[in-house]
Ligand binder design. Sequence first.
Ligand SMILES: *[C@@H]1O[C@H](CO)[C@@H](O)[C@H](O)[C@H]1NC(C)=O
Ligand SMILES: *[C@@H]1O[C@H](CO)[C@@H](O)[C@H](O)[C@H]1NC(C)=O
Ligand SMILES: *[C@@H]1O[C@H](CO)[C@@H](O)[C@H](O)[C@H]1NC(C)=O
Ligand SMILES: *[C@@H]1O[C@H](CO)[C@@H](O)[C@H](O)[C@H]1NC(C)=O
Length: 362
Amino acid sequence: MSAKNIHVVIVLFSLIGIETINVQIQGTPSDGILGQTSLQLRCSYTTVTGEYVTGVTIQVKINGQFKNIATFYTPSVPFNASLTTDGNYLTNRVTLTNPTTYMTDSAVIQFSQVACADENEYMCQVAYAGSDGSTSASSGVANINIKGNPKQPDSVPSYVPSTGIEEGNNVVFTCTGNVGKPQGRFKWVRYRRNTNGDTLQETPYESETTTAVQMTGTCTFNGSSQLKLKMEQLDNNAVVRCQVIYQDVPQGSLYRQTDGINVYYSVRNVQVTKSPIIPTFTEGAGPIILTTCTSDGNPAVTNTGYTWYKEFNTSVPLWTGPTFVINNVVVNKTDNYICVAQNSFNGQTFNMINSIHIQIGK
Ligand SMILES: *[C@@H]1O[C@H](CO)[C@@H](O)[C@H](O)[C@H]1NC(C)=O
Ligand SMILES: *[C@@H]1O[C@H](CO)[C@@H](O)[C@H](O)[C@H]1NC(C)=O
Ligand SMILES: *[C@@H]1O[C@H](CO)[C@@H](O)[C@H](O)[C@H]1NC(C)=O
Ligand SMILES: *[C@@H]1O[C@H](CO)[C@@H](O)[C@H](O)[C@H]1NC(C)=O
């Protein structure tokens, strides 16, 4: 029968006066939230003159069949509403309220603690006496969905390898935790930072998959996601964040992030300057100061990681340390002065050089 036909039938019944009890069931809200108390299931009936309700049962689908879970009485029967054997699973979690009149009223299950098991289909049946004697009427079916709020990730993201990471290494980050119900996901964000911890660049990674399994004892999902990053020089001191996304919305404080990640890289950008900055020094002038003004590397080059040579004779180092001073300015010290900077990690040593020409005239 089409919807149109149903309307016609209802209109016909109304016209010829065959009105009778109307029974409805409704969950409020229709989405319960795990552990919360706001969920109410209400079976309402509207009688017509001459009908007297004697009892109400609320039913839930168990193994494909609707079974009574709670029985309610109207004032004619001096019994408290009670759970049936099939409704025992609700013990201590619900308050049942009887209707208070035989006519238009409702029976209510108020949940004091919503559980996964409450996600189900519900209906109710009202027993009443009318002109045709005792009979009953059923409601339609109400669905209750149960949602579970996600939690902070279990821990800060773990990563492998966790130590000795070098520029060029692939590092795999892993994040796990309760992503809620319906199943949420994790989003990753990399924050590249300078040595002061200020963020220089923020890169979101949205497309990493989150796999999830329903946790035993609850219906919420335990998610797990991995991010693989090839570490570069700029990733030294970066932090990687795992952020919970629930119902497509990033959940503000529900994230955990790594501390700054140490990424080793070989020494580079060695630069040498002279002071004063003049093209030609005069013999007997004051000291000439040669400095490695910058060198980059992780670990940073230490003072003893700098060694100076004259190009004329590189077999003998002139000096160790970032600053070399030519005190006795004589013509035969004209030369290219070479600075070698060195750092080492993971059992390897790296060198990078630069030089400056010093011209001394009479
Ligand atoms: C109904 O419950 C109330 C309060 O729990 C109790 O005092 C009363 O005895 C109960 N009545 C019946 C008929 O069980
Ligand atoms: C989620 O699963 C991981 C293993 O994949 C486990 O280590 C973790 O404890 C689980 N988290 C929760 C909240 O159950
Ligand atoms: C470099 O200096 C050392 C020590 O002063 C000396 O023994 C060596 O012969 C010099 N080499 C050259 C190429 O001048
Ligand atoms: C450089 O010149 C100074 C004097 O001006 C002299 O004492 C010294 O021996 C010279 N050194 C070389 C390597 O020629």
